[in-house]
Every structure is written in structure tokens, then in C-alpha cells.
Design a protein around this ligand. Sequence first.
Ligand SMILES: [Zn+2]
Ligand SMILES: [Zn+2]
Length: 258
Amino acid sequence: MPLPDFPLTVPWQRWAAQGFDLLWPPRCVFCGAETPGCETPGCDGAGRRRPAEVCGDCSRSLASGGSRCGRCGQPGDDDPCGRCGGRTGECAGLVVLGSYADAVRDAVLRAKRPAGELLAAGLAALIVERHGERIRGWQPDLVVPVPMHWTRRLVRGTSAADELARGVASGLGLPFRRAVRRSRRTVMQNSLPRSDRRDNVAGAFRAVRRVAGRRVLVVDDVTTTGSTVAACSAALLSAGAAAGYAAVAARADTTDVP
Ligand SMILES: [Zn+2]
Ligand SMILES: [Zn+2]
């Protein structure tokens, strides 16, 4: 399975990379442990380096989300699950790396901080490793991050969703496009009761690039009700996109709210 990496095709580049590994062994971006290079899960062992190394322990603990519904991301073995019954509105499928209650929460919070790009790349690599097959089955044409409002972007420069989407796009060999903007500033979703979140983001996004006929994968760092990725997907569909899907690093799981 291809990973977000860059091929070292010229022999001297491979030798240089091997020498570099001897002097500065690759380390896991999450825990700092030395990673065994080509023995890293998913590495093709052919002189290709991943942009973000993730050790086996971190891979296991971060991608330990168990089975989930592939339509709405709820934990469980049924797909589609009884809660969504396959009816997911604007977003036809959702993959989740792990529960926000687990180790992935800490990784997502660290990825949001300044200089968290490598951690976001590590999470993106794990999303592709774990869910690449399902995502490829959706046949997306491009990968789009859930946008920040420009006033927030001005302060923070980049966002975890941007970096995650960039990594997922690179891992899948698809283009990354900031195809959606926020048309108005919204209250932070996590400050609202669940029942108000859908209204908070409804109509808050618009597509700013030509997406007509394209199948789009929307990427975000965290979701609870799925309202934000669904609202982005709705904006893309109303601009003519053929289908919308979503991938998120963490889902705040609840059993009380469908
Ligand atoms: Zn690690
Ligand atoms: Zn479901």
C-alpha cells in the first residue's frame, strides 16, 4: 500500500539517505523512539522514506479505533449501522482513525500546536494506512481540508485540517485543494451543545474552486456529530461535486446522540 513518501530513485540519493539514517536514525514523530526504517509498518523497504515516521507502538495505539460504521463513523460492527441506517445526508462515507477519548486525542492536540505539521503528517499516514482501501473505493478525485475562517488563519498560519489533508492527499496520490472557504465566522463547535451544532455550520461554507463532477474527500482533525464535514460536503455538492466523503483523525464518540 503506497504511503506518503518520496521515492529516492537515484542510487547516490539512496546511499546518502542510508548514511543519514546511520547518523540520525529515523525517529517516531509521536514518541521519539527510533524507528527501524524499512521495518516500519507499511514501508515498502525499497529505499523510500516517509515524511513522518511512526513507530509500531504508536501506530497500534493511535489506530486502535476498532470497527466503525463506514457511513457515519459510529463505533460498532454494523455497516451501515442502525443509528444512521446508511442515511448520512450530504456525506456518503466517513472514516475515523480513533476515538477522541484515546491516545489519538493527545496526538491531535499536539498536531494543532505551532510546528505540529510532522505530527499531522504522521496521523495522515496512519489514516491512509488504516483506511486507504475504503477511501480508494470511493474513488475521490481530490482532497479538501475543512477550512478555518481567514481571521483565524491570519493568526495561526496553518491548521491541523490543512496539514492532515495534505498528508492524506500525498498518501493517496491525489491533489490537495483548498476548495472550500468559510463564508461566515462560526462559533467553535465544541463550545455548543450537540443539538445546535448543525445549525451553527449550516450554510457557513462555499466552494471556491471548480468542483463540478469531482468526487471529493473532506478532511478534518476532529468530529463529534459530523455536522462540519457534512456542511463542507453540502457546499461542494451544491457547486456541482459528484460526491462527498470524509476522513477525520478523531471522533468524540457518544452513545446517547445518533
Ligand atoms: Zn512512537
Ligand atoms: Zn452509521
